[in-house]
Write a protein that binds this ligand. Sequence first.
Ligand SMILES: Cc1cc2nc3c(=O)[nH]c(=O)nc-3n(C[C@H](O)[C@H](O)[C@H](O)COP(=O)(O)OP(=O)(O)OC[C@H]3O[C@@H](n4cnc5c(N)ncnc54)[C@H](O)[C@@H]3O)c2cc1C
Length: 316
Amino acid sequence: MSSAVGPSALRELAARFGPRLERSVPLAPLTTFRIGGPADFFLRVHDADQLAEAVRAARELELPYFLLGSGANILVGDRGFRGLVIHNAAGGIRFLDDMRVQAESGVLVFHDLIDATVARGLGGLHHFVGIPSTVGGAIWQNLHFLSPAPARERTVFIEEVVESCTLLTQENEIRTVGLDYLRFGYDYSILHDRDDIVLDVVFRLDLQPVEDLKRVMMENLAWRDEKHPDLWLYPCAGSIFKKIEGVGAGRLIDQCGLKGHVHGNAQIFHKHANIIVNIGGATAADVRALIELAQTTVERELGYRLETEIGMIGEF
Ligand SMILES: Cc1cc2nc3c(=O)[nH]c(=O)nc-3n(C[C@H](O)[C@H](O)[C@H](O)COP(=O)(O)OP(=O)(O)OC[C@H]3O[C@@H](n4cnc5c(N)ncnc54)[C@H](O)[C@@H]3O)c2cc1C
């Protein structure tokens, strides 16, 4: 297993970042799956300037790099990542006026941003209570939640409260963009197709009574408790497969009798078949085996092709 970082790039990286540059850092604890080998090189950034500097350095030195948020939508391979992992802890939150808040991209939507905005009676982000995500990860995937309360039953997307986004573009320019540029869709933003990095986001929220916001949050959390794994007991990455309109990937897997199926130390979650959980010491290979089993069985028995929603990072 040889590193993708040559000696001269490594010297340059060490000269620029000094002791902040770490080596052979295990990635499993930085993911909600608790799975994955080490990053050869690792740098934690604490504000948007440091984030832009780290990405620019990796690009100049032509190093493979990966920007890690809260690691809630990825599976890291057992052999880890050959290159530089940049861990985004840029956590600044600034209220611009009564309705608008600017958050750096490493801010945790839950709890930090939701707590700060709800405390001021600002609604919009509160729907996403209980979902692990940084602001950057939420823009990448257009974070969404199917509101369970009968009166409000609809999918709420984070794009609804995004006013603008400051990016380090793939051309290395700092640029503020709006919704037209971001081209949000279901589980999609332009970030899937361009190597742009979100530095910060301005959200425009609604003034609402705090009790109303808290009631919705309690309802959403109760729904999650019933359907979703408790991450402490069952580390996972949320839904594994993309939505299939009108059918539901989980329902198809369930129809094939795979709910609860175990491979190694990974399990197709017994309460929700579109989630794979780590039942203690699972490897990425265990998870991949279950993914392949679900895909081949559903295609053979029901004729649907399941596509993964989560990112596969590093070497497997
Ligand atoms: C228990 C559980 C429940 C979940 N429920 C939901 C749900 O209801 N709805 C939902 O939508 N999702 C859900 N998810 C998935 C996950 O929470 C979201 O996809 C979340 O937005 C991931 O954010 P992250 O910071 O963890 O991103 P990561 O997993 O760290 O990264 C994901 C991708 O985003 C990229 N990225 C991260 N930050 C930036 C940035 N600043 N600029 C550019 N690219 C960036 C990464 O490079 C990577 O490609 C759930 C996950 C779990 C574990």
